[in-house]
Design a protein. Structure first.
Length: 443
C-alpha cells in the first residue's frame, strides 16, 4: 500500500487541526491505553465471555453466548432492552459499570499497546497490534474505507458508544509497514502472554502488553508514514467519526481515538471471503421468473459444495456470476449483457468497480430486476454459506451466494477513493470481542 510521508520529523505521530475534519493526519498514530480486561478469577473462562464481532452474531449464537456465562461481552455489544423503561444502551452502560465495580473487568495498571495473536484450527496464524488509533476523515487519506455503510447500524453503534463511553471491540485494519512495528510484535511474542484462550471454533487467542518506551517509539515511527485499509468495521469507523465531531469542542479528547487491531499484511496476509445475501421476501421461483434475456441460468446438480465449485469456475472465466438457492436446489446465474450494465452503473466509475459482483447485484438485480428494498426485513447478510442456504429455505426466500473479491481489487479501489457496495467482503480472521476493551473514562 502506498506510503504517506509524515509532515513533522520531530513528531511522527503528529496530528493537527485542518480542513479534513477534527484533525489533519500525517500518518497512522497508534497510542497506548489502559486496557480493560476480564479477571479470570471472576468468570467461568475467558472463552466463555468472549464473542465474535457484533455483526456476525446470529440470533441462535447470541442466545448461546448469553446463557454460557452471565458476563459474556455479547450483553454489552448486543444489549437487550429490559421489560422496564431501561433501554438496551443504558443497560449495557449499567452492566459495564457494575462489572468494573465487582472486579469482573479490571483496568491494566499502565498504558500499553497490545500484541494480539490468533491461531486458527486450520493453521492460519495472524498477529497484530491493538491500540487507540487517531481518527481522521476520508479526505485525510490515512484510513481508507472500501465499503459503503448503512445509516441504521451506524446510528445503533453511535448510541451504544455514546452511552457506554467505551470502545467495546476493535476494528480490523491492515497496513504495510517498513518492519519496525512487526519486529516489536515478533520480539514480544517470545515472552509470557497476559492471557491465552481457545474459543469454541478452535482458534487460540493470545495477548501481550507492550509498555517499553523504545518499543512504543519503534511502532510510532513505523506507522507514521503508513495508511491503513479498513478490513472489518466500517460502521464502527463511521461511529468514531460522528462521535469525534460531537466532541470537537474538547481538547485532547478521548473521542479523537478509537480501538483498532492493525495487521501488517506484508507479514500476515488476511483471508477474504464473500458475504452472501438472503432475500427474505422473494421466493426463488419468482426470482428466476423475473430474469430477462440479459441473464443466463443453469440448474446445477449435486451438493452445495458442487454449486460453490461451479460458481468459482464461472468467476475464473471472468463472468459476473451468482448461485441462487431457496428450495434445496441450486441455480448458477451469469450476466448481464453490456447494455444492461451500462444502463445501471455510471460509465465514469472504474471498470473494476462496475464489474464487481456486489455492484451488479445491487445496481442491476436488486434495484432493477427484483425491486428488493434495501431494508433488513428484505435483505439479510450472512457470512456462512450453509447458514444462508438454510435461512432462505426456512423463510421461503432466495439465497444469493457470491464469490470472494480479491484483496488487490479492494485495495486498488480504496486508494482511488471508490467504496464498494456495503457488505462486499469479509476479511479474517476477525478479532475476538472481549479480550481487551477501552474505556474513555480511564486514563
Amino acid at each position: 500500500m502506498p506510503r504517506v510521508r509524515a509532515d513533522s520529523a520531530d513528531d511522527p505521530g503528529d496530528f493537527r487541526y485542518g480542513d479534513a475534519g477534527r484533525v489533519a493526519a500525517a500518518g497512522l498514530s497508534l497510542a497506548p491505553f489502559r486496557g480493560l480486561r476480564y479477571n479470570p478469577a471472576r468468570v467461568s473462562s475467558l472463552a466463555a465471555v468472549t464473542s465474535p464481532p457484533y455483526d456476525v452474531v446470529d440470533p441462535e449464537g447470541r442466545l448461546l453466548l448469553e446463557t454460557g456465562d452471565p458476563h459474556n461481552i455479547v450483553r454489552l455489544i448486543l444489549p437487550r432492552p429490559q421489560p422496564t423503561a431501561e433501554s438496551g444502551y443504558r443497560r449495557a452502560a449499567r452492566l459495564l459499570a457494575e462489572w468494573q465495580r465487582k472486579g469482573v473487568l479490571t483496568a491494566d495498571p499502565e498504558p500499553a499497546l497490545y500484541v494480539y495473536e490468533q491461531h486458527t484450527s486450520d493453521g492460519v496464524l495472524q498477529r497484530g497490534l491493538i491500540g487507540a488509533l487517531a481518527v481522521s476523515g476520508p479526505s485525510a487519506g490515512v484510513v481508507l474505507p472500501h465499503e459503503d455503510v448503512m445509516p441504521r447500524p451506524v446510528a445503533d453503534r453511535v448510541g451504544l458508544m455514546r452511552t457506554t463511553k467505551a470502545n467495546l471491540e476493535p476494528l480490523l485494519l491492515t497496513y504495510r509497514g517498513d518492519g519496525g512495528a512487526a519486529e516489536v510484535v515478533e520480539r514480544t511474542v517470545a515472552g509470557q502472554p497476559l492471557l491465552t484462550s481457545t474459543t469454541a471454533d478452535g482458534t487460540t487467542h493470545r495477548l501481550w502488553a507492550v509498555t517499553a518506551r523504545a518499543d512504543i517509539t519503534a511502532v510510532r515511527t513505523d506507522l507514521a508514514t503508513c495508511r491503513a485499509l479498513i478490513a472489518d468495521g466500517h460502521h464502527r469507523w463511521a461511529m468514531y467519526l460522528r462521535l469525534q465531531r460531537e466532541h470537537r469542542y474538547l481538547a485532547h479528547s478521548p473521542w479523537d481515538r478509537g480501538l483498532v487491531l492493525l495487521v501488517d499484511t506484508a507479514r500476515y496476509p488476511l483471508r477474504v471471503r464473500a458475504i452472501h445475501r438472503v432475500l427474505h421476501q422473494l421466493p426463488l421461483d419468482k426470482a428466476l421468473a423475473a430474469l430477462g434475456p440479459a441473464w443466463r441460468t443453469t440448474a446445477l446438480r449435486g451438493s452445495q459444495q458442487d454449486a460453490v465449485t461451479a460458481l468459482a469456475a464461472a468467476k475464473a472465466d471472468g463472468a459476473n456470476a451468482f448461485v441462487l438457492s431457496g428450495d434445496g436446489a441450486f441455480h448458477l446465474l451469469t450476466g448481464p449483457d453490456r447494455a444492461t450494465l451500462d444502463a445501471a452503473v455510471p460509465p465514469d466509475r472504474p471498470e473494476e468497480y462496475r464489474r464487481l459482483d456486489a455492484t451488479v447485484l445491487h445496481s442491476v438485480l436488486l434495484d432493477r430486476v427484483w425491486h428488493v428494498p434495501d431494508a433488513p426485513e428484505h435483505i439479510g447478510y450472512l457470512h456462512d454459506t450453509t447458514a444462508a442456504v438454510r435461512e432462505a429455505a426456512r423463510d421461503g426466500g432466495t439465497a444469493v451466494l457470491l464469490h470472494p473479491v480479491e484483496e488487490g481489487v479492494v485495495r486498488r479501489l480504496a486508494e482511488q477513493g471508490v467504496t464498494m457496495p456495503r457488505k462486499s467482503t469479509s476479511f479474517g480472521p476477525k478479532p475476538a470481542t472481549g479480550l481487551v476493551l477501552r474505556s474513555l473514562l480511564i486514563r
